[in-house]
Design a protein around this ligand. Structure first.
Ligand code: 4NP
Length: 164
C-alpha cells in the first residue's frame, strides 16, 4: 500500500498563517474524501507560542469557513524536516530559516504561494480579523493549486519555478 503523503505547513509563530493553511488543506481533503491519503500538520520556526492555542482571529476565521480543527502550536524539529515530503513555508524568511537549520530538507521546502504564481502570505498577526480572512482565502487557493499539482494537474498551472 502506498504510504501517506506528508505535508507540513510552516510559518513563524504557528498560531496564524500555518494553522490557517492546515485548516484549509484539511477541509479540502475532507471535501474530496482524501483524508486517509495524507498526513498533515503545521509548525513554526519560532518557539514563542509553543503550547498555545491558535490566534483567536485565526480560530474565528476557520470556524466561519467550517475548517476549524484543534491545534497546539509547536516548533519545527529536525524529525519534521526528515519526515515530511512537502514543507510549505508562508514567507521567504520562514523558508530560509527552515533551510538554515535543516539543510537536509532542501528540495522539499517551498513557498506555499509558489503554487499560486509566487509571493508570500502576509502575516496577519499585527492586522485585524479581515486580514486573517484574506490570508485564509489566499492559502486556501494555494492549497487547491498544490493539491491539483499533486494530482498531476499541475502542468497547466504554475509548478513552482525556483528550487528552494
Ligand atoms: P504566524 O504569525 O507566523 O502566522 O503564526 C505570527 C505569530 C506570532 C508572532 C509573529 C507572527 N510573534 O512575533 O510572536
Amino acid at each position: 500500500m502506498d504510504r501517506k503523503v506528508r505535508v507540513l505547513f510552516v510559518c513563524l509563530g504557528n498560531i496564524c498563517r500555518s494553522p490557517l493553511a492546515e485548516g484549509a488543506f484539511r477541509k479540502l481533503l475532507r471535501e474530496r474524501g482524501l483524508q486517509g491519503r495524507f498526513e498533515v500538520d503545521s509548525a513554526g520556526t519560532g518557539a514563542w507560542h509553543r503550547g498555545e492555542a491558535m490566534d483567536p482571529r485565526a480560530r474565528k476565521v476557520l470556524e466561519e469557513e467550517g475548517a476549524y480543527f484543534p491545534h497546539v502550536a509547536r516548533q519545527i524539529t529536525r524529525e519534521d524536516a526528515l519526515r515530511y515530503d512537502h514543507i510549505l513555508a508562508m514567507d521567504r524568511e520562514n523558508l530560509r530559516e527552515v533551510l538554515r537549520r535543516f539543510p537536509e530538507a532542501r528540495g522539499k521546502v517551498r513557498l506555499l504561494l509558489d503554487y499560486l504564481g509566487g509571493g508570500e502570505v502576509p502575516d496577519p498577526y499585527y492586522g485585524d480579523l479581515q486580514d486573517c480572512r484574506e490570508a485564509y482565502w489566499t492559502v486556501e487557493a494555494a492549497c487547491r493549486a498544490f493539491l491539483a499539482h499533486l494530482e498531476g494537474d499541475g502542468a497547466r498551472g504554475a509548478p513552482p519555478a525556483g528550487e528552494a
